[in-house]
Write a protein that binds this ligand. Sequence first.
Ligand code: CA
Length: 509
Amino acid sequence: MYFAMTSDWFSRFSIRFAAFAALCLAPLAHARPNILFIFTDDHATQALSAYGGMLADIAPTPNLDRIADEGMLFKRCFVTNSICGPARAVIQTGKYSHLNGFRKNGNRFDGSQPTAPKYLRQAGYQTAIVGKWHLASTPTGYDHFEVLRGQGAYYNPMLITNGENVDHVGYTTDIITEQSLDWLKNKRDADKPFLLMVQHKAPHGRWEPALRHLELFDEMEMPEPSTLFDDYSGRELPISQHKMRMLEDMNDYRLMIKYSSKHTPEQLEVFDAYFKPRNEAMLAANLSDHDRIKWNYQRYIKNYLRCVKAVDESVGALLAYLDESGLAEDTVVIYSSDQGFYLGEHGMFDKRWMYEESLRTPLLVRWPGVVEAGVVNETDIVSNLDYAQTFLDIAGASLPDDMQGASLVPVLKGNTPPDWRKYHYYHYYEHGGHGVPIHFGVTDGRFKLIRYPAPEHDTWEFFDLKSDPQELTSLYGREYPEIQANLKTQLQRLRSQYDLPEDELDGMK
Ligand code: CA
């Protein structure tokens, strides 16, 4: 009898406990949402419709625009070092290049250091990365990795899959999407929240569209940026020395006048049928340099946007799966790129500089029930330095003291802290084949001070983005003396705050 009562009591207690536990777990599950981080390579905000601008009605990004419509779009997301590998290392670690050790492409990421995915695993998350890694060493901190070697190819890629080389046939953007969906559907542990990083190669050069997009924009004449024929007067020497010119540096591979050997014969046949007659017509026309720049720009921007189109379709497929599977409500979707890019502005087709087009990167965040839909954040200065802490904060994990950014969660909730950063520090290190010297600088979003240190240049630039948004005229030493002096003070302050090594601290003299 006693036993029966006890058993009955126990059974009722169990049911109540189970109900109570379920009540606790429901908000708990919601407190630990999944994170889908969709990341591209060299996707400029100018080629994302939701950002507006000259290509707003042309950029083929309805699915990316949907993330903006249903979440927050950041206008001032600035990178710390505008180049592929270093930007990725910053996102892994939440630390500037001089502390994570990956200053320039060609470095090797030290995978033994703490990273956001490692902390997320400790917090009970499942972590996966599919696509472009570009940090040379084997990914660490992931339950599943499936990554391109180096830059990877646009067609028929090999993906290093948890240590094994696996060859695929098809268009790389599609394959990264399919493999990501396969992990979501079939390979993850459905009982754990996840971080999935879907990292496309596109729209990095050489810009090879999917075969189905070859004729997209075919009949259109794309608008040209007003600075396509920039003569670089009004700025210091460095910009005139770059080697990513629309004429001299746009080689035949970049223009799809020659193709890579990675294509199958069937793929080559379709490429030939499209490009060959157009290339021959252009070569026969014997264009002047001026007209060749215009032709190169049209070829470049169309192929670039065709690559963006496949990325947008990938985003559409991922969002559709979140909807179908019921995961959408409990998944934070973040879209960003490793840095901005020049789409012909200043006659360029690259990144690296601290000028706006490459300093700015897209950032869109959808978080149902937390982030208000359709908000454009015009003013807060945020950075890829913040992503690691943001991931951890979304997961409810503790934030390591040595990360150098800040969680974006309060900003996403519309409660930007009063002491949020007012100045952003930038530092580019790779003085290589693209003719961009080492430089660093600071911006408050309105004014920008850039230092090109000795011995190469020993010069400065200063811009007022309000009166000169295209940064055509440096006002260094001429106007706003107090603002320039303050920016120098802020630059010194940030260089100390971010623990630059002693031997780099004297670059201001
Ligand atoms: Ca890049």
